[in-house]
Design a protein around this ligand. Structure first.
Ligand SMILES: *[C@@H]1O[C@H](CO)[C@@H](O)[C@H](O)[C@H]1NC(C)=O
Length: 403
């Protein structure tokens, strides 16, 4: 590993420009449609693990060149016209003017917070507690070039991450004990997609990004050990954002779509394992959840159906299971686990949300129509001991909640 980094530093000292990844000619072959492809047959790993030129060094990633600060003042929200909005049944229109999907979080009990990136590139935030109504949209400023990602370590605490318009990762945290919101902080790095974050306990946060050169990078926060660690290179060759999950203290896993179109996974349990191919033929980023030493990963296949695979600590990974469904192009599935149950949500090609629920390893027989009109992937959150809310962005940019 040291030899590897030395040679990278050597290359970097001559040419800091980021070279385009060197694809092998066979990387661009037409993928057979997943309906005819045996998802569970072993496949080669394409270029996922191969060495590439133009990689960032850890030094570069931790001290990137200073570009523009995203701390620019917020501009007012332009509200879309009310007449274009649909609200019906169990859907609530929270209004707003979003790009990309919203990011909901609950720090426990009946508290709910939701974030989105406005069309003015600032971060917007709204919260509710108990039986109370939603507050208004709060403008949190920043200059975002991705949807936000958010997690909570404990009650009265939240961490919001994003890709800034300067290409770096940015972070803002809320903690009632330290006076509420801190300032936006640059975390450095060279970020391509929106980040993914999780917390395995009251002292811990992890954030993962895919960098401009396709690799996965990671930063960890440990309150008991003084705060943030530097960026750690996780390698790989990602085509899309990473997705991280934890089943509790001392475990994180990260999933992604590799540049070879397969699902990939890397697990931390006191030390990092190697990247492992999970096979499949993905259209877009995976969704995943974890509890009790179990993980489930859900993806949109290149055939438009939702596919699913389970990991159990005793038996390892099972095979891919085709869950059917007609998913909207480019929209990843979403999953939330709570109380031994899983709920999977997809956005259909009709912009409605559909759900399947799993309890004791038994799935509801078919996709349940939830209605709505969203053109992003669904974002689900479990809260208030067993309630699940799903959020999405409507075609007019409004934030919509299904409960
Ligand atoms: C997690 O790791 C720490 C440090 O090694 C250890 O003290 C702790 O007991 C572990 N917790 C669990 C739940 O395994």
């Amino acid at each position: 590993m040291m030899v590897h980094f030395k040679s990278l530093l050597f290359l970097a000292s001559f040419d800091l420009a980021i070279a385009a990844p060197q694809h092998e000619a066979n990387v661009f072959h037409t993928e057979p449609r997943a309906s005819r492809l045996d998802w569970n047959a072993p496949r080669g790993h394409g270029g996922f693990l191969s060495k590439r030129s133009g990689l960032h060094t850890e030094e570069y990633f931790n001290n990137p060149p200073v570009r523009r600060s995203p701390a620019s003042p917020a501009s007012p929200l332009t509200e879309p016209s009310l007449s274009t909005r649909a609200t019906s049944g169990q859907w609530e229109n929270l209004e707003g003017s979003a790009m990309w999907h919203p990011a909901p979080v609950s720090w426990g009990g009946s508290r709910m917070d939701v974030y989105y990136t406005g069309k003015d590139k600032t971060c917007k935030h709204k919260s509710r507690d108990g039986g109370s109504k939603w507050g208004g949209w709060e403008d949190m400023g920043g200059s975002l070039d991705s949807a936000p990602a958010v997690c909570s370590r404990k009650k009265d605490n939240m961490h919001v991450f994003c890709k800034g318009t300067d290409g770096q990762a940015w972070h803002r945290s809320y903690d009632t004990g330290s006076g509420g919101w801190g300032k936006w902080q640059s975390m450095g790095g060279d970020v391509k997609h929106y980040p993914s974050t999780c917390s395995w306990g009251k002292d811990h946060v992890s954030v993962y990004v895919s960098s401009g050169d396709g690799q996965c990078w990671h930063r960890k926060y440990d309150e008991a050990k003084g705060g943030w660690y530097g960026w750690e290179n996780m390698g790989g060759y990602l085509d899309g954002p990473p997705k991280t999950v934890t089943w509790g203290q001392n475990h994180s896993s990260v999933f992604c779509k590799g540049e070879d179109g397969q699902a990939w996974h890397k697990k931390y349990e006191s030390a990092w394992g190697e990247w492992e191919s999970l096979g499949g033929s993905l259209d877009g980023e995976p969704a995943a959840c974890a509890w009790n030493g179990r993980m489930d990963v859900f993806v949109k296949g290149t055939d438009g159906a939702c596919w699913h695979k389970t990991y159990k600590q005793k038996t390892g990974w099972g095979g891919w299971e085709n869950m059917g469904g007609k998913m909207k192009t480019g929209k990843a599935p979403e999953v939330v686990a709570y109380g031994g149950k899983m709920e999977v949500y997809i956005t259909g090609d009709d912009n409605a949300v559909y759900r399947r629920v799993c309890e004791n390893d038994k799935w509801t027989p078919d996709w349940e129509y939830m209605g709505g009109n969203v053109d992003t992937k669904p974002s689900a959150v479990a809260w208030d001991n067993g309630k699940v809310d799903v959020y999405g962005t409507g075609p007019d940019g409004s934030c919509r909640r299904c409960y």
